[in-house]
Design a protein around this ligand. Sequence first.
Ligand SMILES: Nc1ncnc2c1ncn2[C@@H]1O[C@H](COP(=O)(O)OP(=O)(O)OP(=O)(O)O)[C@@H](O)[C@H]1O
Ligand SMILES: [Mg+2]
Length: 492
Amino acid sequence: MRSTLRNYLRAGFPLVYLTSWEEVRVESDLKSVCAELGFSLHSWSVTEGLLDVATGAARDVQDPIEILSAVLEMPEKTVVLLRDYHAFLGDDAQPVNPLIARTIRDLSRVMKTRQQCLVICAPILRLPQELEREVVVIEHELPGRPDLGAVLDGIAESAGLPAALDEERDRLLDACLGMTTSEAENALALSFVETGGLDPQVVARQKAEAVRKGQLLELHENPGSLDEVGGLDLLKGWLLQRRDAFSRRARDYGLPTPKGLLMVGLPGCGKSLTAKATAAAWERPLLRLDCGRLFGGLVGESERNLRRVIQVAEAVSPCVLWVDEIEKGLSGSQSSSSTDGGTSARVLGSMLSWMEEKTASVFVIATANDVSALPPELLRKGRFDETFFVDLPGEEERAAILAIHLKKRDRDPAAFDLKALAKASEQFSGAELEAAVVAGMFAAFEAGQQLESSHVGEAIQATVPLARTARERIQGLRDWAKSRARPASGEC
Ligand SMILES: Nc1ncnc2c1ncn2[C@@H]1O[C@H](COP(=O)(O)OP(=O)(O)OP(=O)(O)O)[C@@H](O)[C@H]1O
Ligand SMILES: [Mg+2]
């Protein structure tokens, strides 16, 4: 942010809008840039009035128009930081006060010649159309390791703890990435109160909360393991081959950073399961994006939401960003101009260009059931590294899936006739196999017996798998996948 701001000030931009939750960090960045360029810095808020940051001299100006005029009395080369000025710029319900809009536009011409600049700092971007062309917007990125390191050292010092070093420091900073400095400060302080030390787990838990507050992303803590995914050998092999792809070693070797993976397939066959397990196998955090919320927002809001998602994902990177059931959010994006003014199509466009251009180590795993709802641009080369088709499990895979679910419930798979059960469960999905194990357990429990093959076998007999009733849809999906996707399993 500093370099962008420096350039804007040097180029004589009179109006800058900075979106950030972190006034303190913004002010300290502004201070150092102003000092470097020989600008004086003032700050203003409704509660504090106008303050000369260097001398502390205050002037009692509360009126949002008066503060604008006050700028003209200030010397050349001055920056005025306006805190929360978005409150005076109108919103969807209420237009901006025309006097404010006009004054800002008049001022901007004069300020340009005097090398003065108004910097609006607010947590959200609220820019009336009248001012769109006058103002440049900077998004203050979330703090990186050096900033968070300073917070960490500050907390350690005030708590009387030795400074965290090496690996411990790395783990604490990893846990802090994705939070604002004040969130990180609070999380570290809480960890000290709870444990008497600085514990990355407590910090990570706080981060999960902070991320969830945005309502779009969720940080999964225990995402499972690839060993819990039965079958899908080709897909799992592909994923395991890339487990160290974000490492420095891989970069030095000349490997490109993986972009992402699209999994298309039948319901209940392990797509979500695999997405979660990938993050665990790669030992990276897993962020789950709620597509419906992202694409379903109001015009303007959706774009802003996407920027925030990207910001958090990049701050937490290397990480896995899981976009589950992407078609749900996109349904109708091709024709969305008629339904939502083109919002979801536009947001998808921004997301795709981010995916194509991104340099941060964010691996996107998208899953989809219904390919007819997927816009063709999503499938174009360069977006995802690979598209995998997840079909119903073959016979051997079914045996492996049954074994996994028996083991999960503390039963020894060797005591079951997995071969016969797998044979009897043709066209079953993984989810249906799991359900049969559970149903078998209920039957055995009710009869006061230990679970045996026969219980599971009966449950299988009693089930009509979805695939039998959805034959046409499945065939359609297979035909689609033949030319567009790689099979996730070598067995089918
Ligand atoms: N290959 C598999 N190995 C082990 N368990 C499986 C497998 N496939 C499915 N399951 C079981 O079924 C549950 C549902 O699977 P999952 O949510 O991954 O399906 P999905 O492909 O994402 O389906 P949908 O398209 O409906 O979202 C899993 O939590 C898991 O318990
Ligand atoms: Mg799923």
